[in-house]
Design a protein around this ligand. Sequence first.
Ligand code: SF4
Ligand code: SF4
Length: 252
Amino acid sequence: MKLPALNNEAVRPAELNRRDFFKSGAAVASVTLAPGVTLMAFGGEANANADAGKRWGMLIDVNKCASDCNACVKACSVENGWKLGGNPDTDAQWIRKVDLTHKQTGREASLPMMCQHCEEPPCVDVCPTGASFKRVDGIVLVDKHICIGCRYCMMACPFKARSFVHEEVEGQEAHAPRGKGTVESCTLCVHRVDKGGIPACVESCATTGHGAMMFGDLNDPASDIAIALKNYASIGLRDDLRLNPGVRYTNL
Ligand code: SF4
Ligand code: SF4
């Protein structure tokens, strides 16, 4: 099939064809791999370990999150092999701490911010290749093998949760493949979750004694997170957008 030039106006209505084209693997050459690392880890088997009956999520108690604590960010960096302390405009940052001050009352709050694993993810809607996708258990991921680095998803995300990898990557973890020229974000530590574990940030938060982060199945009424959500008021960030994020905050 002969494809029209991508800057041709005529290509716009044919978005489906373009998507199919990229899905065919024709765009793979844009991805740079480190020796011995394959970006197929999230490929066609992404749903193999996912349970459609579950919806994984997080509840963050902002009252318990200390403004001088960065343990969750450090843990994510170590777990997933991205560098701490980089330039947030140019370097990967899967999770960051955000400090807020209420304009009228002066009340201060500090909270971790990462991909919110939206039920209606705009990043997935705008991705022309299908690289951004949501698993049946609600975890939103990027298949780096078919990500062409167009960054539409970064523009669509209201939470600035995604990063573009500008540089060659070093020190990759096999469970968290990364590649120059692709977009990445919090995976909810899917490699741990699929083995029955909890995300590294949640684990580290508990280790500090703050215990501000809870992880679990939002669909299971007997889970600690579902019970907490039933008993305490919580919000999703930008609830007005109706994205129904899987990450919720209380005491914010
Ligand atoms: Fe996508 Fe951003 Fe929502 Fe994550 S927070 S699912 S990257 S729109
Ligand atoms: Fe990072 Fe995992 Fe926490 Fe996501 S769930 S912010 S990938 S440590």
